[in-house]
Design a protein around this ligand. Structure first.
Ligand SMILES: C[S@@+](CC[C@H](N)C(=O)[O-])C[C@H]1O[C@@H](n2cnc3c(N)ncnc32)[C@H](O)[C@@H]1O
Length: 209
């Protein structure tokens, strides 16, 4: 039987990290062509530009790096070195083909990031804090590997921001973070045709205190 390629609705209805591993193992080989290009995906561009606009610098960790779309934009903007982490080994294999990462390692963000404390001056994440993926519980692991003063640019699906309780989570961080700003951006461009074409995300910019 012919393979039915994954779609956004499959990704949004994931229930566990194991579901993510399975879906993205299947999606990795044609994610760039069948999802990003066909849906005119733009979130990685907004996230990378926001990071650079806020003065972000390397070394950077790209969290939920997937096939490396955000890292590729960052590298094009002159940022480096960039490491990639993701729960899916298959997605990271695709990311490494773009030849923009210094290193790549597999990790379930909800269980922590296997890198030394205070490793990074910047953290970016595009498309991973969304329905069926990772909620605010993932932020603690990012803070651990970030140096004091590190710049964060983390995209959070706007509807997920409300339903998953990100506002309360940021408030609870108190003075462990500073300069929090939220900017709403379209996830897809004008050429998008799918049912989610008008979805938006909030780019959370903040620093580790
Ligand atoms: C929509 S893709 C975004 C990929 C890339 N950042 C982009 O903008 O194209 C979401 C990514 O999050 C990863 N992911 C999902 N759950 C995760 C978890 N618990 N820990 C780490 N990565 C996760 C998936 O494997 C996938 O690569």
């Amino acid at each position: 039987m012919a393979r039915k390629p994954p779609e956004l609705k499959d990704a949004y209805s994931l229930k566990s990290p194991e579901d993510s591993r399975r879906l993205y193992a299947d999606w990795a080989g044609d994610y760039d062509e069948r999802f990003a290009a066909l849906e005119d995906y733009q979130l990685h561009v907004h996230t990378a530009r926001a990071f650079v606009g806020a003065g972000g610098q390397g070394p950077v960790l790209d969290v939920g790096a997937g096939t490396g779309l955000c890292g590729a934009v960052l590298a094009g903007l002159g940022v480096g070195p960039i490491d990639a982490t993701d729960i899916s080994a298959e997605m990271l294999t695709e990311a490494l083909k773009k030849d923009v990462y210094r290193d790549a390692f597999e990790a379930d963000l909800t269980e922590g990031i296997p890198a030394p404390r205070d490793s990074y001056s910047g953290i970016v994440s595009s498309g991973t804090f969304t329905h069926g993926h990772v909620g605010p519980e993932g932020i603690e692991a990012l803070l651990r590997v970030a140096r004091p003063g590190a710049q964060f640019a983390v995209s959070i699906n706007a509807a997920h921001y409300e339903s998953a309780g990100f506002a309360a989570a940021f408030k609870a961080l108190g003075d462990r973070i500073g300069g929090l700003s939220l900017t709403e951006v379209p996830i897809y461009g004008d050429l998008a045709v799918g049912p989610n074409r008008d979805d938006t995300a909030l780019i959370a910019l903040f620093e580790k205190s």
